[in-house]
Design a protein around this ligand. Structure first.
Ligand SMILES: Cc1cc2nc3c(=O)[nH]c(=O)nc-3n(C[C@H](O)[C@H](O)[C@H](O)COP(=O)(O)OP(=O)(O)OC[C@H]3O[C@@H](n4cnc5c(N)ncnc54)[C@H](O)[C@@H]3O)c2cc1C
Length: 411
């Protein structure tokens, strides 16, 4: 039987970031991961399909964890401008980093690059043990410890177990934590696109009555990753559409702003759900990332929210451990739960509101949207507030906000 202070179930981007952030604290950490990364980064290969828009707060955390430079040396896209508009109308809003004295607004990074870099970092830490060979089959909560059993009968104990095992979290289910859940009735279609015109480091998002199309600029000036959310039937139709017809529909949906769009990858679809766990913590358990909350990708905030769960938990666990407190006590974990649940619920509600506002053909609603977008674009004071949300500055725990960064520029 091996004993740890913290066992993290799930070695995705969020679980690995927590392990790296606790390394060096004197705590013994374990990660249990069913599917470890197996691809080495190859700069010659086309970008992988899954990418995330990473905001300044997450960048700061990754920098603090010592992986930002590794990520940048591999491949990242960055954007200095953002354009959001409603199709067939006058409503639009633009953000420009220079107008706000910022070096940039964010980065577009392949999930496999982020995860691979965090995995490498975790592997090189002597405080972190990675379990990848067998699957967990049992977990039981005792008074002072949590007991976990693998299907080869190997056992582990921990003072605290953290669920970072994604939207369908096995640990959350074993802990009997209920979910609030709703179907967005949207499916996201993702693909990599070569465009006729350069993206000029601009993230673009176009709202249609029944879909939302995002073009995220990659490292190559003529490559973008798209996230096109729409009703499931439409998504399936576009998934099966002949390539040339798909390219035509896509180019038109972006109002030809980047000229003709050429599909250079496969297309994949993901049904979108919104959910949050009713409890983000309990006695000897905490949930982080998609295990705690899953949101519509329309504002590209899912993993950013997860990284801020990590930042909050790192701060609290380090503080508790150095004060000699029992890190698994719910009494202490409640503060983590309160703060992160508030952020997640606000974000979920915001995304839902935005989606509903932009949905449908009702002409009055459309005019309100147009005027709203115009006012937001013109009235002083609104854009900086929205920008602070997009950059994640409002959501950073105090310790991270105070950290001085290693990288020469954040965003
Ligand atoms: C189309 C789309 C676009 C998105 N775009 C963005 C974006 O631009 N910006 C953004 O911030 N977010 C975005 N997101 C959200 C983002 O992808 C997720 O929030 C993020 O991947 C969650 O990371 P995670 O580590 O919490 O969970 P996951 O990535 O799901 O990782 C969970 C890990 O746990 C492992 N696991 C599962 N069960 C077990 C078990 N029983 N035992 C051991 N291991 C287990 C899995 O193998 C996996 O490695 C997008 C999502 C979608 C669907």
């Amino acid at each position: 039987m091996q004993s740890f202070d913290v066992v993290i179930v799930g070695g995705g981007m969020v679980g690995l970031a927590l392990a790296c952030g606790l390394s060096g604290s004197g705590m013994r950490i374990a990660i249990i991961e069913n599917s470890p990364p197996h691809h080495q980064f190859d700069p010659q290969q086309t970008p992988s399909l899954r990418v995330s828009a990473i905001n300044a707060a997450s960048q700061k955390l990754l920098d603090h964890l010592g992986v930002w430079q590794t990520i940048v040396q591999k491949r990242v896209g960055s954007y200095q401008h953002m354009e959001v508009w409603q199709q067939d109308s006058f409503g639009h809003i633009e953000f420009d980093a220079q107008d706000h004295y910022l070096p940039g607004l964010g980065h577009i990074i392949e999930n496999s690059i982020m995860r691979g870099s965090l995995w490498q970092q975790a592997q090189s830490s002597t405080d972190i043990t990675l379990f990848t060979e067998s699957r967990l089959k049992k977990v039981a909560w005792g008074e002072n410890e949590v007991f976990m059993t693998f299907d080869n009968e190997q056992m582990l104990t921990a003072r605290l177990v953290v669920g970072a095992d994604g939207a369908k979290s096995w640990l959350r289910e074993k802990a009997d934590i209920p979910l609030s859940f709703w179907d967005y009735e949207h499916t996201a279609l993702i693909a990599t696109i070569r465009t006729e015109l350069p993206h000029i480091h601009t993230a673009r998002q176009s709202f249609h009555s029944d879909s939302i199309l995002a073009f995220l600029p990659l490292h190559d000036p003529y490559l973008c990753s798209i996230v096109w959310s729409m009703p499931a039937m439409q998504a399936h139709r576009r998934l099966d559409l002949e390539v040339s017809a798909f390219e035509k529909e896509l180019s038109v949906a972006l109002d030809m702003r980047l000229g003709f769009c050429q599909l250079i990858s496969e297309r994949q679809i993901f049904p979108l759900i919104g959910q949050y766990a009713r409890n983000f913590a309990g006695q000897r358990i905490a949930l982080i990332g998609d295990a705690a909350h899953t949101i519509h990708p329309l504002a590209g905030q899912g993993v950013n929210l997860g990284f801020m769960d990590v930042a909050e938990l790192i701060g609290q666990l380090r503080r508790l451990n150095s004060a000699g407190k029992d890190i698994g006590q719910y009494l202490y974990l409640q503060s983590y739960e309160r703060k992160r649940k508030y952020s997640a619920v606000m974000m979920l509600a915001g995304m839902q509101g935005l989606r509903q506002l932009f949905e449908g053909h009702n002409p009055i609603k459309k005019m309100i949207r147009d005027v709203g977008l115009l006012l937001t674009n013109k009235v002083p004071g609104i854009k900086p507030k929205l920008l602070s949300y997009a950059l994640g500055s409002h959501d950073m725990p105090e310790w991270l906000a105070k950290v001085t960064t290693n990288s020469s520029e954040i965003v």
